[in-house]
Design a protein around this ligand. Structure first.
Ligand code: HEC
Ligand code: HEC
Length: 269
């Protein structure tokens, strides 16, 4: 028995040396294929806001190396809901990617955070905030006319919006995410849905919650009603999401586009 215990402890110690095992840190090693897929997705869907090194980016996302969610996530349970929109009110839009892709991004984020936990936190003093007003306003106007003017007007809603945001950095993160920080759910920006029941009855309302199984609507009179998403499918449930185009655009902007549009919007002040 003693010998067995000794062997067990020796084995655990050996493991500890090889794997960098830290007591209390229970995270399983990441699958390299998953991490590499997640890294690619991160560059497209997250980098603009959270930065190339996860330390925060031009468009206002916080440093993920200090994020409690990123530090304690085990298998996506904390990061995936955030990607799917649980922090929308705090300014992080829902990113329109599948569960599997969100899991891969979460694995990548954990792998970076995990490497830093082991190596020790590098000093972040060298991280200089990028100057956001390096954009070209004339090119920003051309971009706005091509990509935004179908829904927004420079002399109308955009002028009013720009006047309401003092700080340039905030302006940039606000237009990229489509604004709406802290605002109440509204059909102007939250998805609405029309459900046709087997009886032919049609019910429409603001989408309050939605998962694979259920969709919950707020009806015009304020009442809530839930429907089964498994038996009722398209065209029985038609969802209209006013911010869908904004989320698609997130994957299309280059850093230059973002700086140019911000410089242009500044001129509307
Ligand atoms: C348009 C900008 C934007 C994009 C794109 C974006 N985020 Fe965020 N993210 C934010 C903002 C703003 C917050 C802060 C929200 C809050 O206060 O909780 C945030 C918060 C987070 C947090 C929680 C940080 C904390 O406070 O613990 C995680 C994790 C996160 N984002 C991961 C991601 C991942 C992964 C992606 C890509 C799939 C992504 N984000 C894309 C802006 C963005
Ligand atoms: C397909 C339509 C569509 C396109 C294209 C579009 N937006 Fe939006 N945008 C919306 C909707 C809908 C909202 C939310 C409702 C609102 O706030 O007016 C919104 C919100 C905003 C807000 C916040 C406004 C506020 O008052 O809170 C800004 C800023 C913004 N968009 C800028 C842009 C910029 C810049 C572009 C182009 C790069 C763009 N949008 C492209 C539909 C669009």
């Amino acid at each position: 028995m003693k010998v067995f215990l000794f062997l067990l402890i020796a084995a655990l110690l050996a493991l500890g040396q090889k794997g960098g095992f830290v007591p209390g840190q229970k995270r399983a090693p990441e699958d390299p294929a998953e991490v590499s897929k997640g890294k690619t997705l991160y560059q497209v869907d997250c980098r603009g806001c959270h930065g190339p090194d996860l330390r925060g980016g031009d468009m206002g996302g916080p440093n993920l190396l200090r994020s409690q969610a990123a530090l304690t996530d085990q298998h996506g349970e904390l990061i995936v809901p955030i990607i799917h929109g649980s922090r929308q009110k705090m300014g992080m839009p829902a990113i329109n990617i599948s569960d599997a892709d969100a899991q891969a991004v979460a694995a990548y984020v954990r792998s970076v955070v995990g490497a830093i936990e082991v190596q020790g936190m590098p000093p972040s003093a060298g991280h200089v905030d990028p100057d956001i007003l390096v954009g070209n306003a004339a090119e920003g106007k051309a971009y706005f006319d091509a990509k935004c003017a179908s829904c927004h007007s420079a002399d109308g809603d955009m002028k009013a919006f720009v006047a309401s945001v003092k700080d340039q950095k905030k302006l940039q993160s606000a237009w990229v995410s489509g604004g709406g920080k802290g605002s109440e759910p509204s059909p102007k920006r939250n998805p609405t849905a029309e459900v046709t029941l087997p009886s032919g009855e049609k019910v429409s309302g603001l989408v309050l919650r939605m998962d694979e199984f259920l969709i919950t609507l707020q009806l015009p009179d304020g009442a809530e009603r839930s429907f089964d998403r498994i038996s009722l499918t398209n065209p029985e449930i038609v969802i209209h999401d006013p911010m869908e185009r904004h989320r698609q655009l997130l994957g299309e902007y280059s850093d230059k586009d973002i700086h140019d549009v911000t410089a242009y919007l500044e001129t509307l002040k």
